[in-house]
Design a protein around this ligand. Sequence first.
Ligand code: GTP
Ligand code: NAG
Ligand code: MG
Length: 250
Amino acid sequence: MTSRKASHLNRHNEDKYSVLLPTYNERENLPLIVWLLVKYFDESGYNYEIIVIDDGSPDGTLQVAEQLQRIYGEDKILLRPRAKKLGLGTAYIHGMKHATGNFIIIMDADLSHHPKFIPELIAKQKDGNYDLVSGTRYKGNGGVYGWDLRRKFISRGANFLTQVLLRPGASDLTGSFRLYKKTVLENLVKRCLSKGYVFQMEMIIRARELNYTIGEVPITFVDRVYGESKLGGNEILSFAKGLLTLFATT
Ligand SMILES: Nc1nc2c(ncn2[C@@H]2O[C@H](COP(=O)(O)OP(=O)(O)OP(=O)(O)O)[C@@H](O)[C@H]2O)c(=O)[nH]1
Ligand SMILES: *[C@@H]1O[C@H](CO)[C@@H](O)[C@H](O)[C@H]1NC(C)=O
Ligand SMILES: [Mg+2]
């Protein structure tokens, strides 16, 4: 189907997609990710809004976001900043409170998640009326680019360990490129206690517990080019702790 045709078809669709973009020091990445989001949404014709949740980035990300808001309009770019870095989990909850869409898309703002996959997430959701659709790096054409061996090993290892321990019914647990029905996401975050990398995983585990249906779409994940990576020994340790806590409590 050509994009013009799709755009024509979807314009009268009642659904609205709220994209939550948490940012911390993403000054270089934000203009491009927003431009790509606008491009793919305009092409497909779906109604959308982009909610930027900046946690007091010292690099001036919020000022960049304000400029983008002037360019694309206040109905398309919503700013919901917080004064300081309070973590990803609460950033999603904060952003969600202001979302007006009946669907929520969660993704990283560092260009690791390409907006070109969003129409596929949406199509998949419609296909089976799934409660949530998760991008997966571990199925079909999915994959990871730009990671060194150490990082690939850690990610694969974490995923494998979780598969064995928790049998979650989804192939990519630590990824964070997902589409949720808003009511489903609200219900899930209420039940999720973990922080950091474990949060994404707990969301899937809880979804499984609540018998939510999960669709999957292969995605490629590209390592950030701009900005600093934060995966260190501390994160790995807290991930292991979180995983064991989940194992013990489910
Ligand atoms: N609002 C907010 N956003 C955050 C926070 N921590 C990270 N982010 C954003 O969340 C997304 C994912 O964080 P990343 O730092 O890319 O995490 P990662 O992909 O696991 O690690 P690297 O890309 O290797 O650094 C990015 O858009 C970050 O800017 C936070 O405390 N608050
Ligand atoms: C989920 O489905 C199982 C098996 O059908 C059932 O036993 C369980 O009560 C359901 N849980 C919820 C929360 O609906
Ligand atoms: Mg990243």
